[in-house]
Design a protein around this ligand. Sequence first.
Ligand SMILES: O=C(O)CCC(=O)C(=O)O
Ligand SMILES: [Fe+2]
Length: 238
Amino acid sequence: MNHKELAEQFWTQGYVVIEDFFGAELMDYYNQIILDHFGLEPEFFHNDEFLEKAATEVIPWFPQQEGVRAFDMVESDPNLKELTQNILGDDWQSLYCMIMFSKQGTKGQAWHQDCAPEDARKFNMNRLVYTSDITPEIGGQTVIIPGSHRRGELTIGDVNEDFRDQVVLTPKKGTVVFLHGHTWHRVLPVAGEYRVSTNYRSMPAGTPENITDICVYRNMRYKFETNEIVEDRLSTGV
Ligand SMILES: O=C(O)CCC(=O)C(=O)O
Ligand SMILES: [Fe+2]
């Protein structure tokens, strides 16, 4: 694995995909812990306004914040750390580990940027670990627009518009996707029994801890700390 080349790819494209980053045994172990936690019919965590307006139906879980130590193993993987260092540079930091669970028949996630794009130097980086295969049958593919981390704010419009230059990723068990928080991305609807991703969020030195508090959608900016729409992007008034 050539970390320099992968880091260059990340900075050109706004993402990089590495298959077979983690072994099947570890992924099966994680997947079972996740299923044991959620079951197949978990309640939504976010309120109805968010679910509706954000067209985002995922349930987050922060296992390390509850003392579930199993997820430290990936976090401290030397290969993961070294590639992160190559991309983000010295003194990068881990933010948190967030598992996102989608039930059968849910919408996935609409187009968004994880954080405000105004300052190109201030961003989170997702390190998405897939503990089970995503397939066209299951749905839940991750869709991204290459190079959009340099395009500024996500445009206003249909929350699930198909773009000509979008790329559909279908990660398999053990795949890791490094994804810049300013890169425009979404998740397709989930037809299979469930869909899950485990995100080890990180950030470069000098980034505020609350970098991911405000998420940019095509119709609004949403603040998770207070569960409120802080900007309605569709209204023309002030
Ligand atoms: O689950 C995925 O594939 C992407 C999730 C996402 O949007 C994120 O982690 O910021
Ligand atoms: Fe995201």
